[in-house]
Design a protein around this ligand. Structure first.
Ligand code: HEC
Length: 260
């Protein structure tokens, strides 16, 4: 096409779309906080949504992923004025969206943010299924357990939240989780012997189908996010064997000690 024609269609060929490369949901979730998106956009169930407070204004993005293709998210971020959603205070005195530009954002970060926005579907924990841990090299066999796959998260409890977390889990959280038929175990370990998060919680499921239904169920998604609200930002992984266990072949009790 001629340069003139190209200019007449807005500088891009008709129907031209920018499809972002696949991004990393968990990193996008971190960037959503780092770039300050969460100060204007609430996402139900996310811990940062609860803490956003009264900073900026912007539409809630809960469940967004089901409503738009990735190109829409790319454009919303790169060019907030392309489509200006109506809402109180969304437009400044200059008639432009109050959403800022992010000139320092890199392409990879954009892709990660878009991946995160896309993961915000009704059963918003779908992204958990994307991070399946690879089978470890050579490790002693795990003990026989009923659960065949686990959602695992390593985290530190938000400062000052431990007591409330323990109380919530004991009084309410555990029972609500176990109301779900395919969930067989919830176990938390504390490991203080290395840098990084000291707690690991594993949710054990009967099979892949049970795990898939769990992450797709909006009610359980909310419950999982209530749990997560006590922990700082962290990722989730799926593993196919207990994530932590005592290796029987390399553990020993002093002869005569009570058996365990
Ligand atoms: C200062 C507040 C503010 C910040 C910070 C902000 N936004 Fe927005 N955002 C808005 C407003 C207001 C709108 C609605 C007007 C518009 O469409 O531009 C919007 C619209 C959007 C939309 C389209 C929503 C819809 O319903 O179609 C997306 C997606 C979005 N923002 C993502 C982001 C992301 C990702 C970031 C961080 C990189 C971010 N925003 C940072 C205020 C903000």
């Amino acid at each position: 096409m001629t340069m003139d024609a190209l200019h007449r269609t807005g500088g891009v060929p008709p129907g031209w779309r920018l499809t972002p490369p696949p991004g990393d949901v968990e990193n996008g979730r971190r960037l959503f906080v780092d770039f300050g998106c969460s100060s204007c956009h609430a996402v139900k169930g996310e811990p940062f949504a609860a803490k956003a407070g009264a900073q900026g204004v912007g539409p809630e993005l809960t469940g967004m992923g089901s409503h738009h293709p990735p190109e829409y998210f790319v454009e919303s971020i790169l060019n907030p004025d392309a489509v200006v959603v109506d809402g109180p205070g969304y437009v400044g005195p200059d008639g432009r969206s109050v959403m800022p530009a992010y000139p320092e954002m890199e392409l990879g970060q954009l892709a990660d943010l878009v991946a995160y926005l896309q993961s915000l579907t009704a059963g918003g924990m779908q992204h958990v299924l994307a991070s399946v841990a690879s089978t470890p090299a050579e490790v002693p066999a795990p003990p026989p357990v009923e659960a065949s796959c686990f959602i695992v998260q390593a985290y530190d409890v938000n400062p000052g939240d431990l007591h409330a977390f323990e109380t919530w889990f004991k009084d309410e959280g555990a029972a609500r989780f176990f109301a779900y038929d395919g969930l067989l175990s919830i176990e938390t370990w504390v490991d203080v012997a290395h840098d990084g998060p000291s707690m690991v919680t594993a949710f054990g499921f009967r099979d892949d189908a049970a795990l898939a239904r769990f992450v797709d169920d909006p009610a359980l998604d909310q419950l999982a996010r209530a749990f997560d609200a006590f922990a700082g930002p962290h990722g989730h992984q799926v593993v196919r064997q207990p994530p932590i266990y005592r290796a029987a072949t390399l553990s020993a009790d002093r002869p005569g000690a009570p058996a365990r």
